[in-house]
Design a binder for this molecule. Sequence first.
Ligand code: KG4
Ligand code: ZN
Length: 331
Amino acid sequence: MYLLAIESSCDDTSAAVLKDNTVLSNIVASQEVHKKYGGVVPEVASRAHQENIVPVVDVALKNAGISKHDLDAIAFTRGPGLMGSLIVGVSFAKSLALALDIPIIEVNHMQAHILAHFIDDPIPAFPFLCLTVSGGHTQIVIIKNHLEMEVLGSTKDDAAGEAFDKTGKLLGLDYPAGPIIDKLAKEGKPIFPFPEPNIPNLDFSFSGLKTAIRYFVEKKQKENENFIAENINDICASVQDRIVSILMNKLKKAVKQTGTTEVAISGGVSANSGLRKVLTETGAKENWNTYIPRFEYCTDNAAMIGITGYFKYLNKEFAHQEIAPLARYLF
Ligand code: KG4
Ligand code: ZN
């Protein structure tokens, strides 16, 4: 079975081709155009998707060594995401499927981040916990089987990726700041004490941290106007250390609460080297089996949409041509 998968929920246009559960190609066109605005501009993103989608799909098919006539189904991200961006991928998938007379499969982007763990070995055993941390979401999910999962906790305000990006903006770093903070943190020490919020249950909050960092930096700049430039590595190390500890403390709580010691992370922030390291160390200490996706399957990509589409295909979960994108899409 050959499946084409399309991802266009935010600012990456991506297409992948799978043969059953094997990824043959996974092409991602990132939109550099948003850098100068310090964040994703929805209208600019949807126009860029329109320009990118045909060439990206062409290259994905070419790299997989197949023609569009070999396809058996097309999977696409239905949501959550930016409406204008989603419309491009959904419309493209529907029209190509109509022309080829093959079924379409709708995919929830957050579920796909989790099922990215089924692309490569080792794969987690059910039930497992997954901390999904991206630019738009922060969730702890328990996965009972490929298509049955439950959100146990989520953020009340900013997502973990937003905490990285907004703090970075405050420090004068480019968008997205997550990977830049990650890099600078490696050269610094977490010497600045940023607070850990006290949020009940398995929920998160990052807006207080962002405010605390802003006040701290403003105060220090009154004493020394070069404070940021002179301490950027230590500030980044301190920010990252605190975000990672907030995430890990909730994950430990989730393990205690559910008794599950199969623990995975996914989403753009799971590319963070600090989080990857602490998860691995905690797993070794606490006797958890830990799972971290390959870098290219952490940030937005169509391969994860493809693997989710594959499981839905096996289950014969096809969508109708009337289907519309959903900016908010809970599962
Ligand atoms: O999953 P993703 O590609 O897109 C969304 O669905 O949001 O996640 C993007 C987020 C951005 O906030 C970006 O700053 C963050 O992931 N990110 C990182 C790293 N790489 C990407 N955050 C921290 N460290 C990284 N290495
Ligand atoms: Zn994502």
